[in-house]
Ligand binder design. Structure first.
Ligand code: BMA
Length: 349
């Protein structure tokens, strides 16, 4: 037999797979280059309409202001009651820390088939904003993509097949195509929640293909469950800086947050992808970048021990601002120098 692999032999699709069983508890320390802003920058108290949990926000900078689209799970925070409805709110800020929320939600998807859209990520490319989000449908969870010029009118471009989510678009085309990171959730052939980061390309945000594996859970020593892309990657002269979330599960964890039990811990990791071939990891940190480490992040909120980054901005002064959902109930910011983040990405895949 003759089989032309057309470059796919180098894509990681044929990498050996051995899931991590245990993580090393001592590794769960926030990197010393990270400075966490002491208080949440957005909670339900800032929202002028019904709101219980405000978290997982896409953030982008315009000329003289910051724009945020955040996930809003509707309900009553004080009484720990959720209505089963999720919409997305819009907020503006002069400095990226103090936010004013618009009077009405800006995005809401509900049809006979679609239950809700959530976890927005925003990328500015070719004169428009592209918002990627997760879509829960009656036939599974999918990744959705919509464009907008003003966060008032949206144009829905594509919804993936299930099971897939955490779509994140690069801020530039690479070799002529849009590129997105994504995280399919295969059940067939996987003996557990070992969900990995993939990448696909598209000429038009509608048709997606040339899909390939970027990073498997087995490459992340602090993960024994799943990983997923976080914020849209940041271009640096050393490569694309990619933030991702990583999950470890401990069956001995008990009640934590509002639910009966919560056994997962979500932390934030960092890696560097090749500028011309973003499917290739050129370096990563084999230790977490940000972990839940103050009392609030460890014990409070809807789900304790859950940090989920959806936005990251490189400021003119070389500081990267990372916006992450904390405990699935508020939005927090952490900062680090871009060169310090790059310096952490020294380990090979
Ligand atoms: C993920 C998503 C996120 C959430 C996270 C932690 O699977 O549902 O929206 O923030 O879990 O609960």
């Amino acid at each position: 037999m003759i089989m032309k692999l057309n470059g796919m032999e180098d894509s990681g699709m044929f990498a050996p797979f051995k899931p991590n069983e245990k993580v090393n508890e001592e590794d769960f320390v926030t990197a010393s280059c990270i400075k966490k802003y002491p208080t949440p920058v957005l909670t339900y108290k800032d929202v002028p309409y019904r709101s219980a949990l405000t978290f997982n926000a896409g953030v982008i900078k315009q000329k003289d202001r910051y724009v945020m689209v955040f996930r809003n799970d509707v309900g009553d925070f004080e009484n720990q009651k959720l209505d089963g409805i999720t919409n997305m709110g819009l907020a503006y800020s002069k400095d990226g820390f103090k936010w004013e929320v618009e009077p009405e939600p800006c995005f809401y998807l509900r049809t006979k088939e679609i239950m809700r859209a959530y976890d927005p990520r925003i990328t500015f490319i070719d004169d428009e904003y592209v918002m990627c989000f997760a879509v829960d449908t009656r036939h599974g969870v999918c990744g959705g993509i919509a464009t907008t010029k003003d966060f008032k009118e949206f144009d829905l471009k594509s919804i993936s097949v299930p099971e897939n989510r955490n779509m994140v678009l690069f801020p530039e085309k690479v070799n002529g195509n849009y590129v997105r990171l994504e995280r399919p959730m295969p059940v067939y052939s996987r003996d557990g929640n070992y969900f990995d980061i993939f990448l696909s390309e598209s000429p038009d945000l509608v048709y997606w293909g040339k899909s390939r594996l970027v990073m498997g859970t087995e490459s992340v020593p602090f993960c024994n469950d799943k990983i997923g892309p976080g914020a849209p990657p940041i271009k640096t002269d050393k490569g694309w800086l990619m933030l991702f979330h990583s999950v470890d599960v401990d069956p001995n964890r008990g009640k934590n947050g509002w639910e009966k039990y919560w056994r997962k811990r979500y932390v934030i990791g960092v890696a560097l992808l090749d500028l011309n071939d973003p499917g290739k990891v050129i370096g990563m940190s084999k230790k977490p970048l940000i972990v839940p480490d103050d009392e609030f992040e460890k014990t409070k909120g809807y789900r304790s021990n859950a940090l989920f980054p959806c936005g990251a901005l490189l400021e003119d002064n070389g500081i990267v601002r990372i916006y992450y959902g904390a405990c699935d109930c508020c939005i927090r910011v952490a900062e680090a120098k871009v060169e310090d983040l790059i310096a952490l990405c020294t380990d090979p895949l």
